[in-house]
Design a protein around this ligand. Structure first.
Ligand code: ADP
Ligand code: MG
Length: 457
């Protein structure tokens, strides 16, 4: 059996164990490269897929390969070595070509319906958006080649439109014909075309671009006729090997019409989510945005702002602008004290303890350790171990931005010293205790996972 044959057998098994969307996004574009000295080498198209597989599915893949090959082995991923045997999408009719009639544009010549500042160079990459960024960049540089369609999903204000438009700027500059629209605009244009008997024009408009960028497709939910219309436009473009990029505020599984009608079309594409940024990501974004302000912001003021529980980059930007405005109006520099007072105003104490964010943290910790949230909150029905309560305490401090005294009260601690001790204990154990570090990372990831944290509709 060659490495590729063994890998195909393993993929067959893995397909039964992970969901279809994940399989198509992460496992399908891989290859078995070699099997020597008990090491199985798997070729993956880019570092992000390598990292994702390494972090999430290492043991599953290893176990599956061991069962296929019948002997113990280690697995390794090699980037950029997927080779010519990669499964290819159904033969495209014709690869899209840049529009020969129009010279490639330059910076001064911006696509009329794209927002100039939504470019890749203004997009700050962090752990919560690196996959979406990598996929978007790949699509922008190789339209209709590796990831078609590209589906980006994330909560509001996390950069979907920014990335979508960044693709638009890049492909437009390379001479491709770009159409940037969204669910609502598509719907309005369709209705207007019915009224004015220009349906054919509407159809042509959505069937001729090289790259269709379609924002906010959740707007089609519950609108049967629009879904039908969009499905036809999608099909025509896809069959003509035109690039399609879709954005939605919810994951694909919450868009039933996509599941039923278009999901088979996603076989060759990729679906990527963007998570709310963690504190480090918030800091990088603030640092980059602050560089464009006339007022210099010291790092400690930015750090104080990054600690606040903003789960939406639009709000985060708003808070920076607010601090900057207050500083300018009151003629004082943007200090941490000023930041604290603005944050206190935006997050008054009654919004702090007991907010869903704090409860959500406790729920995730409880789920991870298989105990009740009540036991972490030191309420009736017994108390969770101090380690579990310290983990909750630590994550509340890191993730919700609450003060230690607010956290102490929330978790039912009687004195402040044990709260400070618990926080320090976890923070100082992280480097030494890999299990603890893994647990904290896993819970942090879960906390930011839009699928796990979906609000019931
Ligand atoms: P969404 O479409 O997901 O609701 P947007 O793309 O409109 O969000 O982003 C909201 C605001 O946050 C915009 O001003 C955008 O430029 C900014 N933003 C989002 N993500 C980033 C990022 N990674 N780097 C820099 N700015 C960002
Ligand atoms: Mg948007």
């Amino acid at each position: 059996m060659t490495a590729q044959e063994a890998w195909e057998a393993a993929l067959g098994e893995l397909q039964l164990q992970v969901n279809k969307a994940n399989f198509n996004s992460w496992l399908k574009p891989t290859r078995g490269l070699s099997y020597t000295d008990n090491t199985f080498l798997i070729g993956v198209p880019n570092p992000f897929i390598a990292e994702w597989l390494e972090k999430r599915w290492h043991s599953l893949i290893k176990k599956t390969l061991i069962s296929v090959l019948g002997s113990d082995l280690e697995i390794k991923f090699q980037v950029g070595a997927t080779g010519p045997q990669l499964p290819q999408p159904p033969a495209p009719a014709a690869a899209p070509r840049p529009d020969a009639a129009r010279p490639a544009s330059n910076a001064a010549n911006v696509h009329p319906s794209l927002i100039p500042k939504y470019t890749f160079s203004n997009f700050v990459v962090s752990s919560s958006n690196c996959l979406a960024h990598a996929a978007a960049l790949d699509v922008a540089q190789n339209p209709a080649r590796n990831y078609n369609p590209l589906f980006i999903y994330a909560g509001s204000g996390l950069g979907k439109t920014h990335l979508l438009q960044a693709i638009g700027h890049t492909v437009w500059a390379a001479g491709y014909k770009v159409l940037c629209s969204n669910g609502e605009q598509f719907t309005n244009e369709f209705v207007n075309s019915l009224r004015s008997h220009t349906l054919e024009d509407f159809r042509m408009k959505y069937r001729t671009p090289d790259v269709l960028l379609m924002d906010d497709i959740q707007f089609f939910c519950g609108k049967e006729q629009m879904q039908e219309n969009f499905f036809y436009a999608f099909n025509d473009l896809y069959n003509a090997s035109r690039q399609i990029v879709l954005c939605s505020d919810r994951p694909p599984k919450s868009l039933p019409f996509l599941e039923d009608r278009l999901i088979s079309r996603f076989e060759w594409g990729i679906m990527v989510g963007i998570l709310p940024p963690d504190q480090k990501g918030r800091f990088s974004i603030l640092k980059s945005k602050a560089a464009n302000l006339s007022l210099p912001f010291p790092d400690d003021a930015l750090l104080a702002l990054a600690r606040a529980p903003f789960h939406n980059i639009r709000e985060l930007e708003g808070s920076l602008n607010k601090v900057s405005a207050v500083a300018r109006l009151s003629n004082q520099p943007p200090t941490t004290e000023l930041v604290d007072s603005v944050i206190r105003e935006m997050f008054p104490p009654e919004r702090q303890t007991g907010t869903p964010a704090a409860e959500k943290v406790v729920d995730h910790v409880a789920r991870h350790y298989n105990v009740t949230a009540q036991s972490i909150l030191n309420k009736k029905g017994g108390r969770a171990s101090s380690l579990i309560r310290y983990v909750a305490l630590y994550l509340l401090r890191e993730q919700s931005g609450l003060s230690l005294s607010a956290i102490g009260a929330f978790l039912g601690y009687k004195d402040h010293t044990s709260v400070a001790y618990g926080y320090k204990k976890i923070a100082s154990s992280l480097d030494k205790d890999k299990d603890l570090k893994d647990a904290i990372e896993k819970i942090s990831r879960d906390l930011r996972d839009p699928v796990l944290n979906q609000q019931p509709e």
